[in-house]
Write a protein that binds this ligand. Sequence first.
Ligand SMILES: Nc1nc2c(ncn2[C@@H]2O[C@H](COP(=O)(O)OP(=O)(O)OP(=O)(O)O)[C@@H](O)[C@H]2O)c(=O)[nH]1
Ligand SMILES: [Mg+2]
Length: 331
Amino acid sequence: MRRLPLDRYIDGVLGGDRVVLARAITVIESNLPSDGELAARLLDTLLPHTGRSLRAGITGIPGVGKSTFIDALGMHLIRGRGENVAVLSVDPSSPISGGSILGDKTRMERLAVEERAFIRPSPSQGHLGGVARRTRETILLCEAAGYRNILVETVGVGQSETAVRSMTDFFLLLMLAGAGDELQGMKRGIIEMLDGMAINKADGDNKPKAERARIEYASALHLFPASADGWMPRVLTCSSIGGEGIPEIWQMVLAHRELLEGNGWLARVRNRQALEWMNELTMLGLEELFRRNRAVAERLPVLREEVRQERMTPFAASRELLGLFHRQPGK
Ligand SMILES: Nc1nc2c(ncn2[C@@H]2O[C@H](COP(=O)(O)OP(=O)(O)OP(=O)(O)O)[C@@H](O)[C@H]2O)c(=O)[nH]1
Ligand SMILES: [Mg+2]
């Protein structure tokens, strides 16, 4: 697609034009070297207009109801509270499970037609590092476009959660009553990351079971040490289809926000997000330089073969590559 002049992107995004916002995100997501400069200037110009949103990450196993939940929460924000919302997703597996984008479109039916909602499916290519970087930058563009609530959906498969945790202020885990814990990623790592948990599909026959699960998880969470920010994660139940419990979950997010604003932790959280962003960009940049390095590119196929044939150790081969790069990093 043809590119617009920089000014058109800037004016469009700052004016909250969703079409221009979508096109600006396409520039950010682009792999074309010719878009790199435009993307950098866009971000630089828009950066002063970012940071004023509530960034929430929503995770859980496939099928737990993340998209349905976000649809319900988004509608609550728009209709119930007169706010706006941008929805993004990080899906490292999307090249394989290509269906999920379609799924998101249909499961956010109500939100999709709202004026004050912006829905962006996950970038469809690239390794997790790249996808996460783009999501981070997409958050910033949405903020510059005036979105005050950013919801990031990520499938609960380990790595993507850590990435999403590092770019959001509140991390919510959706669970189902009665499914095995190991299936739901009740790993220590995840527990330590989350700020809240919601047992979804608490409707119909499932209601009592969901309530029992809530009590169990709440007492399990109490066994973990309180996090340094002073927040104690809470466990609630909800029905994303019926809408029960959704306002209460948002109240929890707001209570967390208020606490962290009051005790100075929000600033620290944002600081940490900025540092992680810098780190990520530096690492990705290094990786790209390395890949593009002529000496490395020439030698790489040979060394791969050597390692495959066990004529060379991986350690020695990697040292040689790094040595080649080190001698002429800019070539
Ligand atoms: N009964 C009931 N069904 C629900 C609820 N929330 C979601 N569902 C259903 O659960 C199924 C999966 O919902 P999704 O919202 O697509 O789940 P997801 O977690 O986004 O799934 P992936 O994006 O594939 O990881 C759909 O058939 C929903 O209609 C709920 O609160 N109650
Ligand atoms: Mg989904």
